[in-house]
Write a protein that binds this ligand. Structure first.
Ligand code: NDP
Length: 321
């Protein structure tokens, strides 16, 4: 597994990372996707680490904190050396009732950082990300709270997730002007079937030296081809939850090309979809969301898929904005 620098920081992350959104039982909004217990989690984390993955991503909101608890326990169960891994988590989604139990205010960030450290069982978070833009809180307040955490040693790097281009640029400018902890990364949705990020965000990230962590690289399983041509499959993600939302009219011809390219290489559609992302210069790491060992083993082999210019042109022609 190759390593890439995360933006302009000195932090090296594996080009594939592991997402723990599926860890944690069945409570809450994320219950439909958060259902793996400790035993499954240990197997997946071990396989990911053994494959060379060093970055593990979770969020306080995943299964109401249980994803963080399970991930932290897996790291301990497996005896993975702390300095060999990068643990990323997030804050901003609702963790309870009331306006102060959500968002990116100073109070909520400081309280939730402490809670995340407790659930993970760690003394620092490597990358702390604001899960979504909070229109109720001035960006200055958010960045100052993050800076407090960095200076205290509770957090090493600061990231954003799902922010619009103007919001990211504003945050970068404020952090620079006030000498606050810099924005190291953005976590955002980017796939062959969802390339909106290329309009404004990708050039912004390249220009400003901010790393990109891609979430839902298979569009929640859609790009494995198993939901193509009106076949809804049996996955909750693509039937009940429909997340991320997918334009199936555009998706169907794309899946045909994806399958053709995959067949040409003797690879799976999932591997080709991930390999295409790895060819994009803006991408620092692609967060794999496998639920089972066979899926994880399949997806990590994407790092050995070498798409040529002809493959890239065919995939581009059927998926470009
Ligand atoms: P994917 O788009 O890769 O979807 C993963 C799902 O696709 C799996 O749960 C599985 O679902 C199916 N799948 C995966 N690999 C294969 C395979 N080889 N063959 C067949 N099916 C496969 O990623 P996720 O949506 O899970 O997101 C990955 C990570 O990104 C999360 O864990 C989280 O860390 C992060 N994330 C961040 C968000 C944010 O707002 N910042 C939002 C969403 C995710 P099934 O078996 O049910 O089909």
């Amino acid at each position: 597994m190759r390593m890439r620098k995360l933006g302009n920081s000195g932090l090296f992350v594996s080009e594939l990372s592991f997402g723990a959104m599926t860890f944690g039982g069945t409570d809450g909004l994320w219950g439909q996707v958060g259902r793996l217990g400790q035993e499954d989690a240990d197997l997946l984390v071990k396989a990911a680490f053994d494959a060379g993955i060093n970055l593990f991503d979770t969020a306080n909101v995943y299964a109401n904190g249980r994803s963080e608890e399970i991930l932290g326990r897996s790291l301990r169960n497996l005896g993975i050396p702390r300095d060999d891994i990068v643990v990323a988590t997030k804050v901003a989604s609702a963790m309870g009732e009331g306006p102060n139990r959500r968002g990116a205010s100073r109070g909520h960030i400081l309280a939730e950082a402490r809670a995340s450290l407790g659930r993970l069982g760690l003394d620092h978070i490597d990358l702390y990300q604001i899960h979504a833009f909070d229109p109720a809180t001035p960006i200055e307040e958010t960045l100052e709270a993050l800076d407090v955490l960095v200076r205290a040693g509770d957090v090493r790097y600061v990231g954003l997730s799902n922010w619009a281009a103007w919001q990211i640029m504003k945050a970068i400018g404020i952090a620079r002007a006030r000498n606050l902890a810099p924005i190291t990364s953005l976590q955002a949705y980017y796939t062959l079937v969802g390339r909106d990020l290329e309009r404004e965000i990708a050039p912004l990230l390249v220009s400003e030296g901010v790393g990109l962590m891609v979430w839902s690289p298979l569009a929640g399983g859609y790009l494995t081809g198993k939901y193509a041509k009106g076949n809804a499959g049996d996955g909750a993600r693509q039937t009940e939850l429909d997340f991320p939302p997918i334009d199936r009219t555009r998706g169907e011809p794309l899946i045909e090309v994806l399958n053709t390219v995959a067949a040409r290489h003797g690879r799976s559609a999932a591997q080709v979809a991930i390999a295409w992302l790895l060819r994009q210069p803006v991408v620092s790491t692609v967060i794999i969301g496998a639920k089972r060992l066979d899926q994880l083993r399949n997806n990590v082999q994407a790092v050995d898929v070498h798409l040529d210019d002809d493959d890239m042109a065919r995939l581009d022609a059927v998926s470009r904005l």
